[in-house]
Design a protein around this ligand. Structure first.
Ligand SMILES: Cc1cc2nc3c(=O)[nH]c(=O)nc-3n(C[C@H](O)[C@H](O)[C@H](O)COP(=O)(O)OP(=O)(O)OC[C@H]3O[C@@H](n4cnc5c(N)ncnc54)[C@H](O)[C@@H]3O)c2cc1C
Length: 389
């Protein structure tokens, strides 16, 4: 981690070393863009909450070359959780625009202020983002009705007793859910706090028994804590000068069980209605909430070539791949069964052209004429099976 030093200058300052801050820093380093990453906490978390990594994130990890490494990590809690304190911390305090730059002030663990000047300031400081508040960016939506208690535990008995075999999530009909963390004996139970006896200290064993609707032998309680589902989205992801941007939970939060399907209370409905109205009135740079594969960045993006193509087909049940500008690049494994089209993409700042078409391609000729072709890394794969029905 890079720690702010007094009066430092850097092109980009990133606040927050959660998954999003780390991901962004790694990506910038591949593009040879220096940045400064600041984190308030001296330790890594003892309470990781990851249950699943969705398909789009796995694709991005593959492009970064770390998908296999991530796949090899078992479960979300274990001995490999690094609990070593870092040398120093950078707690974001405030920022101010200064001409073309932003001056950001942090305090270190001794309470000493440090100011860093940069062209951009990026808030990856999570759901309680201090940076988004300081930037005056309003959040739409908010906290869902219930709090949830989670318990990570080990139980050989539960592993052996699963009547229908192993499955990653188990949703009992009464309430709560269980996540199978490692296909061995580590599980996580999530249960609504409102359904636990009130007025007494929460017993994590009882949380497990209530979620399972019966007792099992718990070999070890690993960690337990309470969490609150939020369903919210920032009214915009940047300030007008584009010098301050929000990413990750600082910009949007949507827990699937609380936000989308289950909370049918008036408060839950009101939050859903507010967000739906906001999304309906927004541009595509804001509507990626919950849409993992099928979003097209187009009308409002300054990066995408506008070729005049119409809307691509969209089906709520089915992902339909498309090569229209702004869509997620289509994916197939090539003939060897191992190489993904995503492996052909450049690993740095270069541009890649993948030609899926047999014979003369007029667009390619046009590209050649306009002089772009020479600076592209080209891959011609017209004879690959699996590209067309
Ligand atoms: C119970 C639960 C289960 C979940 N399960 C999944 C799952 O299975 N899959 C999934 O994809 N997501 C899951 N999530 C959501 C996921 O945890 C978040 O979306 C993700 O952590 C957001 O990453 P982030 O980097 O934006 O923010 P965070 O992970 O919140 O990281 C923010 C970082 O910023 C730091 N920070 C905060 N304020 C400051 C400051 N003032 N100065 C400096 N640093 C600061 C914090 O210390 C922290 O390190 C789950 C969430 C919960 C609560």
């Amino acid at each position: 981690m890079i720690i702010p030093q007094p009066s430092e200058e850097t092109p980009i300052t990133i606040v927050g070393v959660g998954p999003v801050g780390i991901f962004l820093t790694y990506q910038l380093s591949r593009l040879n863009v220096p940045c400064l990453l600041a984190e308030q906490s001296l330790r890594t978390t003892k309470w990781p909450k990851m249950n699943l990594t969705n398909a789009r994130v796995m694709e991005m990890l593959r492009v970064l070359g770390i998908a296999d490494e991530c796949r090899d990590i078992e479960g979300s809690v274990g001995e490999d959780v690094d609990d070593q304190p870092s040398r120093n911390s950078g707690d974001y305090l405030s920022h101010a625009e200064e001409g073309d730059n932003v001056a950001t002030t942090f305090v270190d663990k001794d309470g000493q202020p440090h100011t860093v000047r940069s062209r951009y300031l990026i808030g990856c400081d999570g759901g309680s983002s201090r940076l988004s508040k300081a930037a005056g960016i309003k959040m739409i939506g908010g906290q869902m009705r219930d709090r949830i208690y989670l318990v990570h535990f080990r139980s050989h008995e539960l592993a052996e007793k699963l009547a229908f075999g192993r499955s990653w999530p188990i949703f009992p009909i009464h309430s709560g859910f269980i996540i199978d963390q490692d296909d061995k004996d580590t599980f996580t139970a999530h249960y609504p706090v409102s359904k636990l006896p009130s007025g007494t200290r929460i017993d994590p064993h009882q949380v497990v028994y209530r979620t399972l609707d019966g007792e099992v032998k718990i070999d070890e309680l690993l960690v337990h804590s309470e969490w609150t589902p939020y369903f919210s989205i920032a009214e915009k992801y940047y300030i007008d000068s584009l010098k301050v941007l929000l990413v990750g939970d600082a910009a949007h939060r949507s827990p699937p069980p609380g936000g989308r399907a289950r909370d049918r209370t008036p408060a839950g409905e009101e939050i859903r209605a507010q967000i739906k109205q906001f999304i309906d009135n927004s541009g595509p740079d804001t509507i990626d909430l919950g849409i993992e594969l099928d979003l097209r960045y187009y009308e409002h993006s300054p990066l995408i070539y506008h070729d005049g193509s119409g809307k691509h087909q969209w089906d709520v049940q089915r992902y339909i791949s498309s090569t229209r500008p702004g869509c997620r690049a289509p994916h197939v494994f090539l003939k060897d069964g191992e190489t993904s089209t995503y492996d052909l993409f450049g690993k740095g700042p270069e541009w890649t052209l993948i030609n899926f078409i047999n014979g003369n391609n007029p667009d390619q000729e046009e590209t050649r004429k306009r002089g772009f072709y020479d600076c592209l890394q080209g891959h011609e794969i017209p004879s690959e099976t699996g590209l067309r029905p």
